[in-house]
Design a protein around this ligand. Structure first.
Ligand code: BES
Ligand code: MN
Ligand code: ZN
Length: 493
């Protein structure tokens, strides 16, 4: 699908379907829209009245117009109240319109949308993102595509002439989100630690990043006993992935993004039981997927910021080599961990990744992880938990999430709860009591960051959606990529 900018006035645009964005309580047609209504023999006014259309956010109605016009169909899209218009409202409204256009078998779609915040660049980018993210279909694992109907071929943004940079930005970001969706959606027999390492290598080759893959022996030399403890039951080799984007000049900031990369989480000897969702645990590399998706986007956007993309990738499996409940592991910072639950494996892999990143002397580290079911209980499926002792990084990420429309909510780092992780024999246990389980997980991670401002995002909920939601179709969402990109770009300003 090609997104184009059109300098044609609304009344002169020719194509299959025209999508018009309207504000709630302001559906009377004025100016150009009144003229269009007249040209179409009053059909728009009639449609609004008949369907009692009030332009509530993301509501859509459409109609066929008489033959002989430049367009065949019109979609009216609700934008909600003007004072409540967010950038993400534009993205979602564009997605809703694109879905209707696709269903109506349109090949060409024109968008006539008002500006968000008087900002044509941001608005054009949001429309381009919403449209492409909503219409992406994953047919890699079907022997034959089910949807054989016509595909949307071109999308024209009316009134956005000159915004090429915004469209390019959107396309680069969307390519990263789609990579993340593909990595998460692929089953664990298709995406393994080896695949993740190969994906990192491909990003490096395609977009000029540096890449280093540490094999098991090198991780042993670095003392990554926590990561390797998790990896030891798998027949697949663990891969410690380190991709680096370096800008041409002096970087304004140096950052790290770390993603939990469990390509499958069986639970280990504390095996996940019936009803635990074990069959969905291919998603447990959603953090790594977001990290690689962000790397793909950043590699193309080329900001003045150095970014390290890191994942300690492995599977959590069962075999005669498996770590046992009660085993003690030593992480690369020398801290010892009593593994009282082998299903709390993500934090063990992240521990060594955090120590590695902390030693790079960076300005900030953000990790993303499908870390706990407790976070889903606390915040539901749509919202990631943000855990950080650092108010600056917290507000940077909150701002980035506002721009991306990906929901995050800051949670407390209640130090007292660390008592739940006290071990009689080692420095700490990997699992505390059930209450506050996402908080103790974050407090565990904190033990492995010494000097660098750090934040952790628990994305166990939003990594996946069972039903269509905004510009996400059911399945992998690619959650995190857009917030990370926005965060990195923001720190370079
Ligand atoms: N990968 C899971 C967390 C998870 C749960 C992700 C649901 C996505 C959806 C993680 O490794 C895990 O098993 N966590 C345990 C921790 C417990 C043993 C302390 C959990 O949340 O139950
Ligand atoms: Mn687990
Ligand atoms: Zn896990």
């Amino acid at each position: 699908m090609a997104i184009q900018l059109s300098d044609k006035p609304l009344l002169e645009w020719a194509g299959d379907t025209l999508a018009i964005g309207l504000f709630e309580d302001a559906v009377e047609l004025t100016g150009e829209l009144a003229t269009l209504n007249e040209k179409l023999a009053g059909v728009l006014k009639e449609l609004i009245a008949e369907e009692e259309f009030t332009a509530k956010a993301n509501s859509t109605i459409f109609t066929r117009v008489a033959a002989g016009n430049l367009i065949r169909k019109v979609i009216l899209v609700g934008l909600g109240k003007p004072e409540a218009l967010k950038l993400d409202s534009v993205r979602r409204a564009a997605a809703a319109a694109a879905r209707v256009a696709k269903k109506q078998k349109s090949k060409t779609l024109g968008f006539s949308f008002p500006l968000w915040n008087n900002d044509p660049g941001a608005t054009a980018q949001a429309i381009a993102e919403g449209t492409q993210l909503a219409l992406y279909q994953d047919i890699r694992f079907k022997s034959e595509p089910e949807d054989k109907g016509p595909q949307l071929e071109t999308v024209d943004l009316l009134g956005f002439a000159g915004q090429e940079a915004a469209i390019n930005r959107a396309n680069k970001i969307v390519s990263g989100v789609i990579l993340a969706r593909q990595l998460v959606a692929a089953p664990a027999n298709a995406v393994t630690p080896i695949t993740l390492a190969e994906t990192a290598q491909a990003i490096a080759t395609d977009h000029g990043l540096q890449v280093e893959i540490l094999e098991r022996e090198e991780c042993e030399k670095l003392g990554m006993g926590a990561f390797l403890g998790v990896a030891q039951a798998s027949d697949l080799p663990p891969k410690f992935i380190h991709l680096t984007y370096k800008p041409e000049g002096t970087p304004k900031k140096k950052l790290a993004i770390i993603g939990k990369g469990l390509t499958f989480d069986s639970g280990g000897l504390n095996i996940k039981g019936a009803g635990s969702g074990i069959e969905t645990m291919k998603i447990d590399m959603g953090g790594a997927a977001a990290t690689l998706g962000a790397a793909k986007a950043i590699g193309q956007l080329k900001p003045d910021v150095e970014v390290h993309f890191i994942s300690a990738a492995t599977e959590n499996m069962i075999s005669g080599h498996a770590m046992r409940p009660g085993d003690i592991l030593k992480a690369s910072n020398g801290k010892t961990i009593e593994v009282n639950n082998t299903d709390a494996e993500g934090r063990l892999t992240l521990a060594d990744a955090l120590v590695f990143a902390d030693k790079l002397g960076l300005d900030a580290i953000v990790d993303l992880a499908t870390l706990t079911g407790a976070n889903v209980i606390a915040l539901g499926e749509d919202i990631a938990g943000l855990y950080t002792p650092d108010d600056t990084v917290a507000s940077q990420l909150e701002k980035a999430a506002e721009t991306s429309g990906e929901k995050i909510w800051r949670m407390p780092m209640e130090e007292k709860y660390f008592e739940g992780l006290k071990s009689g024999i080692a420095d700490m246990k990997n699992t505390g009591p059930r209450p506050g389980g996402s908080i103790t997980a974050a407090l565990f991670l904190k033990q492995f960051v010494k000097d660098t401002p750090w934040a952790h995002l628990d994305i166990a909920g939003p990594v996946w959606t069972d039903k269509e939601n905004g510009y996400n179709s059911s399945g992998a969402t690619g959650y995190g990529v857009r917030t990370l990109v926005s965060w990195v770009l923001g720190t370079g300003d």
